[in-house]
Ligand binder design. Structure first.
Ligand code: NAD
Length: 243
């Protein structure tokens, strides 16, 4: 039996990597999914790859007018949202001493401001019992050389869930955080990451993660299988952040 029949979901950054795989899993479980991304060509490819029950909307999460347009389209097309996977995010290796204002502003604008306003502007559409899943990272609780700004954004994301479960309790809306470990995706390769940065030997399960590993955890948090799970940070990292 499908777990998300009749549900409407939003996946920001759903045209690539973890977001794209998760959108496929949500559709496979019966949901209708809206995906966003900044680049139209990638978005079109993603919509084709997902195949059915999906709408792609070109959107920059750090632009509040873009977010208003996104939610007005969802309102017109479906009139509600049951699942929000706030996944869009960026990161760059910049050691302390070389951090620029541009690097700080861009990273916080997308990962923190963009995520916050995605969730806030989704609220009027959220159904009773909706599930919000925030994508953070093992970087929320660990030190990684030259990744301080990104890590601080992910600590902020983790923190949001703690307060938002209180702010939203009247509506029975759950908010949880998924924190991936090392998952080779387009952004992973763009950063020039190799086994030297995150040796597999540092991961107790002895392998890097796949986007499927993360998508399965998001489906769990989105569905009734996690009906009493609220405010947690679910590490999907092969044990990396626990040692
Ligand atoms: P990715 O580059 O494949 O995907 C990132 C997505 O975010 C893309 O769809 C991109 O279009 C979107 N995006 C970026 N800036 C945006 C903006 N301003 N507006 C709208 N969309 C925007 O990378 P990924 O690895 O799948 O990353 C997805 C999330 O997972 C990020 O939040 C990232 O921090 C987090 N994460 C990834 C890893 C990993 O190892 N891959 C580990 C921990 C956390």
């Amino acid at each position: 039996m499908q777990k998300l029949t009749g549900k409407v979901a939003l996946v920001t950054g759903g045209n690539s990597g973890i977001g794209l795989t998760t959108a496929k899993y949500l559709v496979a479980e019966g949901a209708y999914v809206f995906i966003t991304g900044r680049r139209q060509a990638e978005l079109d490819q993603a919509v084709e790859a997902i195949g059915k029950n999906v709408t792609g909307i070109q959107n920059d999460v750090s632009n509040l007018a873009d977010l208003d347009r996104l939610f007005s389209i969802i309102q017109q097309e479906k009139g509600k949202l049951d699942i929000v996977f706030a996944n869009a995010g960026v990161g760059e290796f910049v050691p302390l001493g070389s951090i620029t204002e541009k690097h700080f502003d861009e990273t916080f604008n997308i990962n923190v401001k963009g995520l916050l306003f995605t969730v806030q502007k989704a609220l009027p559409l959220l159904s009773e019992g909706a599930s919000i899943i925030l994508n953070a990272s093992v970087a929320s609780i660990t030190g990684i050389p030259a990744l301080s700004v990104y890590s601080a954004t992910k600590a902020a994301v983790r923190s949001f869930a703690r307060t938002w479960i209180l702010d939203l309790k009247e509506h029975q809306i759950r908010v949880n955080v998924v924190s991936p470990g090392v998952v080779p995706t387009p952004s992973y390769y763009r950063l020039g990451l190799t086994d030297e940065h995150f040796p597999v030997s540092a991961i107790p399960l002895g392998r890097v993660g796949t986007t499927n590993d993360i998508a399965k955890a998001v489906v769990f948090l989105a569905s009734d299988d996690s009906s009493f799970v609220n405010g947690i940070e679910l590490f999907v990292d092969g044990g990396m952040a626990q040692i």
